[in-house]
Write a protein that binds this ligand. Structure first.
Ligand code: HEM
Ligand code: HEM
Length: 128
């Protein structure tokens, strides 16, 4: 989870930098987009890994799912990350809606990550 938040921070930095480069018409170094894209692939992997650990661990322990709001917030984060990655790949000079969608989903993702951490911490308390 720490890794997912760290990579969210990297994506926010490199994304804001690209936004600035476009808005100020000074362009962007070519490695910036690659670094952003590569970090994106890593955060998708981390979030899916947490999903699998959460689901497998919970099913193994209880035999079913849905013990708290953590399930819904977890599924929300996974959906938002996938939507973000999909919209990122739709961005081009014609599809300006895709850029808005990408930035919008990523702002929502911030709230989602906060929510999944809070509810995850809540279920951890049950075991302490
Ligand atoms: C989920 C994985 C992600 C992938 C695969 C991804 C990929 C991309 C791609 C391909 C672009 C378009 C670059 C271009 O204009 O050609 C882009 C733009 C952008 N991304 Fe991401 N991204 C991801 C997550 C994020 C996150 C989490 C944030 C912020 C917290 C973010 C912020 C931005 C911003 C602000 C831009 C706009 C750049 C501009 O306006 O020119 N991205 N991203
Ligand atoms: C992107 C991040 C995460 C995703 C997608 C995710 C996903 C899930 C899912 C789907 C479950 C099954 C929940 C249920 O059926 O009730 C689960 C369980 C669990 N998760 Fe996460 N999780 C994430 C982050 C976290 C974090 C940050 C923590 C701890 C601070 C955490 C702690 C737990 C614990 C303790 C359980 C067992 C649930 C229980 O005993 O009721 N998770 N996770």
């Amino acid at each position: 989870m720490g890794g997912a938040i760290a990579f969210y921070g990297l994506l926010l930095l490199s994304g804001t930098w690209m936004f600035y480069g476009r808005a100020a018409r000074i362009g962007r170094p070519p490695w910036l987009r690659n670094a952003h894209y590569f970090s994106g692939i890593i955060i998708i992997f981390l979030v899916l890994l947490l999903l699998v650990i959460g689901v497998v661990g919970t099913v193994g322990y209880y035999g079913d799912l849905g013990h708290s709001n953590h399930l819904w917030s977890g599924l929300l984060v996974v959906a938002l990350v996938l939507l973000s990655a999909w919209s990122a790949n739709q961005i081009n000079s014609r599809n300006t809606w895709a850029r808005s969608l990408h930035i919008g989903t990523n702002l929502a993702l911030f709230i989602g990550l906060a929510f999944v951490s809070l509810t995850g911490w809540e279920v951890v308390q049950k075991y302490l």
